[in-house]
Design a protein around this ligand. Structure first.
Ligand code: E4P
Length: 217
C-alpha cells in the first residue's frame, strides 16, 4: 500500500519524507490556497519544490474544464518534473482528457470521484490513479469505505490497471480500513499516518525497559 500525504505544506511533506514511509503527495487548489500559494507561476514553482522533497508521485491539478485547456495545462504540468501526475476532475471533458493523456504516456489522477460509475469511467479512460473521496462521503452520512470496496471489486473483475487512491482520508482508522479492503494508495494528513505509530502499551513497555536497564547502569 502506498502512502501519500495530502497537503501543500512543505514542512509537513519534509517531515513525512523523513519518516521514510512516504510514497507521494497529493495537492489540490484549496490546499495550495491554504498555504498562501497563489498565481500560476508560484503554483508551478511550488509543485517543483514538492517534487524536490519527495521521491514519489506528486499530483498537480488542472484548472481548465474544457478539453483543450485541460490538455494544454496537463502537458505543461507533466513537463515540470518526471514525478508529476496530472490531476483531472471527473467530468465529461475530464474523461476525454484522461484518454488523451493515457494515449500520450502522461500519468493521471482522476479526482472528485464519488461513485462506482465514475470510477469505472476513469479506468476505461486509462487513468493511472482514481481518487474516491471517502471522507467527504462520510461527511454526508454516506459510507465512503463501501465505495472503495465496490471499486476494488469491479477493478478486480476486469483486471483494470488503474490504482485506487483512497482520498479525503481523515484519520488513522480510515487507513487501516482501506488497507483491509486493498486500496492501492491512501492520501491523508500527516496526523493520520503518525496515528499508526501510537499505542499506549508501546509507550508503557518502553518506559519500563529503559527504567530496568538504567537500574543496572
Ligand atoms: C485528494 O487528492 C484531495 O486532495 C483530498 O484528499 C481531499 O480531501 P478533503 O476532503 O479532506 O479536502
Amino acid at each position: 500500500m502506498k502512502f501519500f500525504i495530502d497537503t501543500a505544506n512543505l514542512d509537513q511533506i519534509r517531515e513525512a519524507q523523513e519518516l521514510s514511509v512516504l510514497d507521494g503527495v497529493t495537492t489540490n487548489p484549496s490546499l495550495m490556497a491554504k498555504e498562501g500559494i497563489t498565481g500560476r507561476n508560484n503554483i508551478l514553482k511550488h509543485y517543483v519544490d514538492i517534487c524536490n522533497i519527495v521521491d514519489g508521485d506528486v499530483s498537480a491539478e488542472v484548472i481548465a474544464t474544457d478539453v483543450e485547456g485541460m490538455i494544454k495545462e496537463g502537458e505543461e504540468l507533466a513537463d515540470l518534473h518526471d514525478q508529476i501526475v496530472v490531476k483531472v476532475p471527473m467530468i465529461r471533458n475530464g474523461v476525454k482528457a484522461l484518454k488523451y493523456f493515457s494515449d500520450n504516456g502522461i500519468r493521471t489522477n482522476c479526482t472528485l470521484v464519488f461513485s462506482v460509475g465514475q470510477a469505472l469511467l476513469a479506468a476505461k479512460a486509462g487513468a493511472t490513479y482514481v481518487s474516491p473521496f471517502m471522507g467527504r462521503l462520510d461527511d454526508i452520512s454516506t459510507d465512503g469505505l463501501n465505495l472503495i470496496a465496490e471499486i476494488r471489486h469491479i477493478y478486480d473483475n476486469y483486471a483494470f490497471d488503474t490504482q485506487i487512491l483512497a482520498a479525503s482520508v481523515r484519520h488513522t482508522m480510515h487507513i487501516i480500513d482501506c488497507a483491509k479492503i486493498g486500496a492501492d494508495v491512501m492520501t491523508g494528513p500527516l496526523s493520520s499516518i503518525e496515528g499508526l505509530l501510537k499505542h499506549p502499551l508501546t509507550d508503557i513497555g518502553l518506559e519500563k525497559f529503559l527504567a530496568d536497564y538504567n537500574k543496572g547502569n
